[in-house]
Write a protein that binds this ligand. Structure first.
Ligand code: HEM
Length: 377
């Protein structure tokens, strides 16, 4: 063993130290100091093996990583046998002095706070440069993370379109546009930004597209629809206009009115209703004149009050309107009779007990002759 001594300090060459790596002799280097831990192997609280692994070499980093106590460092001081020769110190770990502390060194505010803060700032700047993120500092952390999430999604979509350069260009444009829109801030309560409107069909699914029609765009009716429309049967009133003639009410009215005090004077049928006029012979003031009609053969019926005719010279004449259903089965009928209710009682004109009846034949209603249009009330 070559041993040099300068100023009462023993210096060992690195090659010498490296040879002391057996059970018989175990040396280690910590912070350029040389320790003989041969007798300490079995006593070491951290185990013999960890020291054996460092035998004959530089154990500085391992020793500091454990965070040995002051007691451990004092124990180590007792095992120190010399120092690594200055000419060999460059051969071991280069930066060991920058992070190895001595027994008297304590971590300062500089190493605990300033260094980590500077490192974090540098990493943040580098990240924003790499991602092209030029946002200011105004967004709060929550908004920032959401924006990053959007960018990541967009970047993934863009990667799928790598083969198509035009799509890539469009993607880049959309990406820029998406970054400029504060879209993700819209959902926050109290935000006054523009609202997004979504259209949905009757099942609640999003519509693929929505077309807005202007007043200039009249919908086109297909020709086949128009031709079918023209082939519809003629309006009802063309046929029903024969009703008044078939009743021949003019001759019988005076006799019926004298006898019954009320009589159906005239009936007009249109496409949507049946209108009639009633003649009454009653001088009383409190009187009610009307028509009772049914569409279901008297399973149910309706009383509709008739109103006085507006003409001043016809005080005993009243008008009524019965609105007919738009669709009725062929063979069905409208039955009706007119009435007068006054101080002297209730009076009916029901076509001699047979009622007045309007028959529907095929698709067109027709009015039966007075003789066969009867049902009793
Ligand atoms: C002269 C050198 C050394 C001395 C005097 C020494 C002394 C000690 C002492 C006293 C402890 C108990 C805990 C404490 O007080 O910190 C300990 C624990 C330990 N030492 Fe060392 N040690 C030395 C070198 C090393 C080396 C080079 C390593 C690593 C390769 C190491 C690894 C450990 C481990 C892993 C523990 C256990 C820590 C724990 O359980 O928390 N020691 N050592």
């Amino acid at each position: 063993m070559e041993e040099k001594e300068e100023k009462s300090v023993k210096y060992f060459r690195l090659s010498e130290i490296e040879e002391q790596n057996s059970f018989k002799s175990t040396w280690i280097i910590i912070n350029n100091n040389v320790y003989d831990v041969t007798k300490f192997l079995e006593e070491h609280p951290g185990g013999e093996e960890v020291l054996r692994e460092q035998a004959g070499g530089n154990a500085t980093e391992s020793f500091e990583d454990v965070g040995h106590s002051s007691d451990a460092r004092e124990m180590a001081h007792d095992m120190m046998i010399g120092e690594l020769h200055p000419d060999d110190r460059h051969k071991i770990a280069v930066k060991e002095e920058s992070y190895v502390t001595t027994l008297n060194d304590e971590p300062s505010w500089y190493s605990n706070l300033l260094v980590p803060a500077l490192v974090a700032a540098v990493v943040t700047v580098l990240y924003r440069i790499v991602t092209g993120d030029t946002r200011g500092q105004s967004l709060n952390p929550g908004e920032e993370s959401m924006m990053n999430g959007l960018q990541e999604e967009e970047e993934e979509e863009g990667l799928e379109d790598d083969e198509d350069s035009s799509q890539l260009e469009r993607f880049m444009k959309d990406r820029r546009r998406a970054k400029s829109l504060p879209a993700l801030l819209l959902g926050s309560p109290g935000n006054n930004g523009p609202k997004r409107v979504k259209f949905a069909d009757s099942m609640g699914l999003n519509l693929a597209s929505v077309k807005t029609f202007s007043s200039l765009e009249e919908p086109r009716i297909p020709n086949k629809v128009l031709s079918r429309h023209k082939s519809f049967p003629p309006p009802q009133h063309d046929f029903l206009s024969d009703l008044c003639q078939s009743f021949k009410l003019g001759l019988d009215l005076e006799r019926r009115a004298q006898r019954l005090r009320v009589g159906l004077e005239r009936v007009t049928v249109t496409r949507f209703d049946v209108r009639g006029q009633i003649r009454v012979l009653c001088g009383c003031r409190d009187r009610e004149v009307g028509v009772r009609y049914t569409f279901n053969s008297w399973l149910s019926y309706v009383d509709a009050q008739a109103l006085p005719v507006a003409a001043a010279d016809q005080p005993d004449r009243f008008e009524f309107t019965v609105y007919t259903p738009p669709f009725m089965e062929p063979g069905s009928a409208v039955h009706f009779a007119v009435y007068l209710r006054g101080e002297e009682g209730e009076f009916w004109d029901n076509n001699e007990g047979k009622n007045y009846t309007l028959h529907y034949r095929s698709n067109r209603p027709f009015v039966s002759a007075p003789s066969n249009a009867i049902t009793t009330l």
